[in-house]
Design a protein around this ligand. Structure first.
Ligand SMILES: O=c1ccn([C@@H]2O[C@H](COP(=O)(O)O)[C@@H](O)[C@H]2O)c(=O)[nH]1
Length: 272
C-alpha cells in the first residue's frame, strides 16, 4: 500500500501522531542485554512490540545501526515490524542526497534492501537528486526543510530574495516535486514559529517533527502550529525519551508508558 495511505490509516486507527525513533545505543541498554550478540534487535523489536498500538510510524536512524555494524539487525527489525505490525509505516532516517546515478543505489538500499516505506532526504542537491526517490510513487519521500538542531538557522534561514531558504524549499517541494503525492517535510519541534510558517505554505502535506523529548521541543506549540484542519498532518518523533525511559528488565513497558504519555499530551491539543 502507498506510504501516505498507510500513514493516514495509522493516524486514525491508533489515534496517534507519535513516531517512535530507533536510535540504539548499547551502553544505555538494560543490564540483562549487555553482552548479548543480538541485543540491538532484541531491544528494538521489544519496544516495537510494546508500542505498536500507540504509534503512527517508526523511524530507525541508519547511522545508529551502521556504526554498530548492525545493518542486519536493522533489516530484521523492519521485516519484523512489517510482519507483526502491518499497517505501521517505517521511515528510514538516512538523510540521503547525491547525483542521480548514486541516488538510484540509495533508492535500492532504502526500499529494496531495508524494505522501508519512506526515507528522509537532504534536498540541497536539487530535484534530479531526489527524482529516483520521487519516482517510487508508493514510497514516502521526506525532505529536510527546517531541522531541529541549534545550527539550523545558519543556512536554512538565509534570506534568498525576500524569504528564508527553508520557505523556498517548502514551496518548491509542495508545488513542484510532489507530483505523485508522496512528499513530506522535516520541520524540527525546536523551531515552532518556522513550523507554523511551513504549515501555512504547504497545505496538508505531512510534516515529520523531531525534537520532542530529549531536545526539549514543546508539544503544545508543535501541535497548535503544525496540525491540519483534520487534527492530523504530523509525525511527531521521539527517540531517546522513549527508548531509554527505563533501564530494567521492564524497559519495553517503560517505553510503552512514555509513548502513552506522549500520545495523550499530543491529543490534548489536536482539536482546535
Ligand atoms: O532535524 C532533525 C532531523 C532528524 N533528527 C533525528 O531524529 C531523532 C531525534 O532523536 P531524539 O532522541 O528524540 O532527540 C534522531 O534520530 C535524529 O537524528 C533530528 O533530531 N532532527
Amino acid at each position: 500500500m502507498h506510504f501516505m495511505q498507510t500513514l493516514h490509516q495509522a493516524w486514525t486507527r491508533n489515534n496517534s501522531l507519535v513516531c517512535v525513533g530507533f536510535d540504539p545505543e548499547p551502553s544505555k541498554f538494560p543490564a540483562h542485554l549487555h553482552g548479548d550478540p543480538d541485543a540491538v534487535f532484541a531491544f528494538c523489536s521489544a519496544i516495537a512490540d510494546a508500542t505498536a498500538d500507540l504509534v503512527c510510524s517508526y523511524k530507525p536512524q541508519i547511522a545508529h545501526f551502521a556504526a554498530l555494524r548492525a545493518e542486519a539487525a536493522l533489516e530484521r527489525l523492519i521485516a519484523h515490524i512489517h510482519e507483526k505490525h502491518p499497517g505501521i509505516p517505517v521511515i528510514l532516517d538516512a538523510k540521503r542526497g547525491d547525483i542521480g546515478s548514486t541516488a538510484q543505489h540509495y533508492v535500492t538500499e532504502a526500499f529494496d534492501r531495508y524494505g522501508a516505506d519512506a526515507v528522509t532526504l537532504n534536498p540541497y542537491l536539487g530535484r534530479d537528486s531526489a527524482q529516483p526517490f520521487l519516482d517510487r510513487a508508493d514510497k514516502g519521500v521526506i525532505l529536510l526543510c527546517h531541522t531541529s538542531n541549534p545550527g539550523a538557522a545558519d543556512l536554512q534561514d538565509l534570506d534568498i530574495g525576500g524569504k528564508p531558504l527553508y520557505q523556498h524549499v517548502a514551496q518548491i517541494i509542495a508545488r513542484d516535486w510532489n507530483t505523485h503525492g508522496n512528499c513530506a517535510l522535516v520541520t524540527g519541534a525546536t523551531w515552532p514559529a518556522q513550523l507554523a510558517e511551513v504549515r501555512a505554505l504547504v497545505g496538508d502535506l505531512p510534516l515529520l517533527v523531531p525534537g520532542i523529548g530529549a531536545q526539549g521541543g514543546d508539544v503544545e506549540a508543535v501541535v497548535r502550529h503544525g496540525r491540519t484542519q483534520a487534527g492530523t498532518g504530523l509525525i511527531i518523533n521521539s527517540s531517546r525519551a522513549i527508548l531509554y525511559a527505563g533501564n530494567g528488565e521492564d524497559f519495553a513497558q517503560a517505553a510503552r508508558a512514555a509513548t502513552l504519555d506522549l500520545r495523550a499530551s499530543i491529543n490534548r491539543y489536536r482539536q482546535a
